[in-house]
Design a protein around this ligand. Structure first.
Ligand code: ZN
Length: 215
């Protein structure tokens, strides 16, 4: 399962694992657990995780393969946050082919502007400058300034820049991986996840997975 920050990837992965009765394998969660468990790894892993960089491919590959070898993954699994690099994608394809496991790659496609809007919730009146927050301080009328009725706009500021950078980094990192998987003849499905409810997105994913099982 691929999806940028704010795409609802974690939510969809959890819904899917519940529906199919298979484990949700999140490399982010596993790395965090490992850091807590294993003091020796702490220094090396924590520092790269802290820097927002990638954990070394070999470490991650080994960790995922160990996990996939456990009994509860025998009937299938949802990978979340993996593969993240070309080296990881190659390793995974090799692993899948060796065992005759068929995969479907789901990419949750969302417009960056709508992610930013969702993540920040902040709006501003372009006429008088009044600030709103759709969650904590919403306008009386949806998306309209209380003072002058002007349509509210999304504000450009520092935290937005940070989110945008995270999204750009995700795109830079993920695009080559998806491209590699497509070229390798893997089934890559793009699911529109921008404006619909998590339930609607989930039904779309279930349709793809059901078709995959019949194929
Ligand atoms: Zn106003």
């Amino acid at each position: 399962m691929f999806g940028s920050p704010g795409s609802g990837k974690g939510t969809q992965a959890k819904l899917l694992t519940r529906r199919l009765g298979i484990p949700h394998i999140s490399t982010g969660d596993m790395l965090r657990e490992r850091v807590q468990r294993d003091r020796e790894l702490e220094a090396s892993v924590a520092s790269v995780m802290h820097a927002g960089a990638l954990a070394p491919d070999q470490l991650v590959n080994r960790m995922v393969e160990e996990r996939l070898g456990q009994g509860d993954a025998a009937k299938g699994f949802v990978l979340d946050g993996y593969p993240r690099t070309l080296a990881q994608a190659e390793e995974l394809c090799h692993w899948l082919d060796e065992r005759g496991v068929r995969e479907v790659v789901i990419y949750l496609a969302v417009d960056y502007n709508s992610i930013i809007a969702r993540l920040t919730g902040r709006r501003q009146c372009p006429r008088c400058g009044t600030l709103y927050n759709l969650v904590s301080q919403p306008p009386k009328v949806d998306m309209q300034c209380d003072r002058d009725g002007e349509a509210l706009v999304i504000r450009d500021d520092d935290s937005e820049t940070v989110i945008r950078e995270r999204l750009d980094a995700y795109g830079r990192q993920t695009r080559p991986v998806l491209e590699f998987l497509r070229r390798a003849g893997r089934r890559v499905e793009e699911v529109a996840a921008g404006s619909d409810s998590p339930e609607q997105v989930f039904e779309r994913i279930c349709g793809i997975v059901a078709n995959h099982d019949r194929a």
